[in-house]
Design a protein around this ligand. Structure first.
Ligand code: OSB
Ligand code: MG
Length: 369
């Protein structure tokens, strides 16, 4: 497929309410959106690193990296596969959210060219995906309990709770006390160190499905030590950025689960490769998200249709975070705890032109020579 032109947008998407985690309190999410053109067709991709607080990457940096270093490696060329695209970008180290925006746009374009839904092109088991509920740090335990009660009532298959200092063991004890049978896990977003091992040992009493990314964002060795000291399974998010890191995490005996995010690993191409590697090793996975617009969320949804994603995904309906969503059609539930991948060519979403314009901070166009 010949890449004629790439447009990149750095956007700021206002959240309906602040999202509070161990790495910060955000009221806006910054992302890069990429439109990739081939002939009459366009595909859309997204990378949503926001500020450099989750990883070292930011939307501002991703925008410059795409404009200056990445897009020029693709325009004017024939790119026949995701692997070929990744090989062309490989001389540029890291910058995975930036690469993901390009990789996703390529896959969307390829699926549109073949006139098939992206989930089918990826080899998914079917369009229906089981999704979970997710709650950031709240202003009070009563507020959290009310939200968890509503999620359980609505039939969500699992509940993820953001976890940070001051919103820790007592919070879990309270929620577990009120909901003894609900599948619950906590996400620490790399907020702790091995010195907190006694606190993690206390969590073993609460039958959590897993503890997500307890230690530093780029660590493996300390996670291996923690895994030896606690019974609750560990799930890595931030630390697994490639198949190679997944291999090391598995060989070190760290992981009960791996959270796979398109943005964090550099796109659908590496995400599918990590999924396949984990499947062959018998390690269950689930799909994570970064508060993407409907474009990125529908790419996440397509990924989540693969067969080794056995724990409910962090894919959310548009209204959970955005009113309105930058992209359409808006993401909605198709049943309790379920979102269905669209039966349309490609990922099934694209930006709504006037919203894209209103939310754009800067934009660039890269054409072939
Ligand atoms: O660690 O999974 C994470 C959101 C932004 C950045 C990092 C994370 C998250 C989430 C929420 O946990 C996922 C979502 O709600 O889409
Ligand atoms: Mg996480």
């Amino acid at each position: 497929m010949h890449i004629d032109r790439i447009d990149v947008y750095r956007v700021a998407m206002p959240l309906t309410s602040p999202f509070r985690t161990a790495f910060g309190d955000d009221s806006t999410i910054e992302a890069v959106l990429v439109r990739m053109d081939s002939g009459e067709l366009s595909g859309w991709g997204e990378g949503a690193p926001n500020l450099p607080t989750y990883s070292g990457e930011s939307a501002a940096g991703a925008f410059v990296t795409i404009r200056e270093y990445l897009a020029g490696r693709l325009v004017g060329r024939d790119v026949g596969s995701g692997d070929e695209l990744q090989a062309l970008l490989a001389p540029i180290k890291d910058n995975r959210f930036a690469k993901a925006a390009l990789d996703l746009a390529w896959w969307d374009l390829e699926a549109r060219r073949r006139e098939m839904p992206l989930w089918r092109l990826l080899g998914g088991r079917g369009p229906d995906v089981t999704v979970g509920a997710d709650f950031g740090v709240q202003t009070s335990l009563d507020e959290l309990l009310a939200k968890v009660a509503a999620a359980v009532e609505a039939g969500f298959a699992r509940v993820k709770l953001k976890y940070r200092r001051g919103w820790d063991v007592d919070m879990v004890r309270t929620v577990r006390g009120a909901f003894p049978d609900t599948t619950i896990h906590v996400d620490c977003n790399s907020g702790f160190t091995l010195a907190d091992t006694p606190m993690f040992e206390q969590l073993d009493a609460f039958n959590l499905a897993m503890i997500e990314q307890p230690l530093a964002h780029d660590d493996l060795a300390d996670h291996a030590e923690l895994a030896r000291r606690i019974a609750t399974p560990i799930c890595l998010d931030e630390s697994v950025t490639s198949v190679d890191k997944a291999r090391k995490a598995i060989d070190l005996g760290i992981v009960g689960y791996i959270n796979i995010k398109n943005g964090r690993v550099g796109g659908l191409t590496p995400a599918v490769a990590i999924h396949n590697y984990c499947r062959d090793k018998g390690i269950p996975c689930w799909v994570g998200g970064m508060l993407e617009s409907a474009v990125g969320s529908r790419h996440n949804l397509a990924l989540a249709t693969l067969d080794n994603f056995t724990y409910p995904a962090d894919v959310f309906v548009s209204k959970r975070f955005y009113e309105p969503d930058l992209a359409g059609p808006e993401v909605v539930h198709s049943g309790p705890s379920r979102i269905t991948a669209p039966d349309r060519p490609g990922c099934g979403s694209e930006p709504v032109a006037e919203r894209l314009e209103a939310m754009t901070i800067e934009r660039a166009e890269i054409r072939g020579t």
